[in-house]
Write a protein that binds this ligand. Structure first.
Ligand SMILES: [Zn+2]
Length: 266
């Protein structure tokens, strides 16, 4: 599918730019590389009676592309121009999105001690892609977007911060969310720091754990009709924080163990 004349496959300019006189003689300007190189004499499909400039360019072109003439035995290798290596998924991602600004919450979401699936959950939450009832309603997948615990619309902010159910759990943890405003989004949780933890990784780990377990409480209600008690949710937070064995840093590990005991205090 690579265009012989127009794609950048040989040298630093397209061949139409490098050999303009010769290009003006072709009757198949959209021929692909595979077709042209299928014949060692090059299937250029040129008009008869080349000009002197076109004849000169034809010789130069032959010299340039002869090394590229492939045989059945030639290995088919695709490499990056800048380093000669086979491109990985990461390279494709950087080529596609490298020009975009980094998300300000990357650190909070990805750089903590929670397991990968918990991080994906927080990422979906941050991107407003969690399947809350309000979102399912917006996508025409539900007849209403109501919260399973109250009559409000169940968007992310409501579910995790302003619903009486989640508020009750935050109060149970003695964490004050009074200063958070819906207009400022979920991300305030990381900037306002209601859990009063100043080590970024620990703070992000504990917040991820709390949010994950509020989500599980909500799912217990939606899918199994169960009303979980605050103590039950807190107990799960305690269990989940035993992720601490994942920390390489003994200081972080000790701090997370301290935090886990916070969830089973009397
Ligand atoms: Zn609610």
């Amino acid at each position: 599918m690579t265009s012989f004349w127009h794609d950048l496959w040989c040298g630093t300019n397209s061949l139409a730019v490098t050999f303009p006189a010769l290009y003006s003689h072709t009757t198949r300007p959209n021929a692909c590389v595979a077709r042209v190189l299928s014949d060692p004499a090059l299937l250029l499909t040129l008009r008869p009676h080349l000009t002197n400039a076109a004849t000169r360019e034809l010789l130069e072109l032959h010299a340039l592309v002869s090394p590229a003439l492939s045989t059945e035995e030639s290995p088919d290798i695709r490499v990056l121009r800048h380093n000669g290596k086979v491109p990985t998924s990461k390279d494709h991602y950087i080529l596609s999105f490298g020009s975009l600004m980094d998300d300000a919450f990357v650190q909070e979401i990805w750089h903590n001690h929670s397991p990968q699936n918990f991080k994906f959950f927080t990422w979906l939450l941050h991107r407003r892609r969690l399947s809350t009832n309000a979102r399912l309603f917006y996508c025409n997948m539900r007849s209403d977007g109501n919260c399973p615990f109250c009559s409000e619309s169940e968007d992310c902010f409501h579910l995790f911060l302003s619903c009486p159910r989640s508020k009750s759990f935050w109060s149970f943890l003695a964490m004050d969310l009074g200063s958070l405003l819906p207009a400022n989004g979920m991300e305030q949780l990381w900037t306002v720091n209601p859990i009063q933890e100043h080590n970024q990784r620990i703070r992000a780990t504990v917040l991820t754990c709390i949010l994950w377990n509020i989500w599980k409480c909500r799912n217990a209600k939606v899918f199994r009709g169960e009303d979980e008690a605050n103590g039950q949710i807190a107990r799960r937070c305690f269990d989940d924080l035993l992720w601490s064995h994942r920390c390489n840093s003994p200081t972080d590990r000790d701090r997370i163990v301290e935090w886990s005991s916070f969830f089973i205090r009397e």
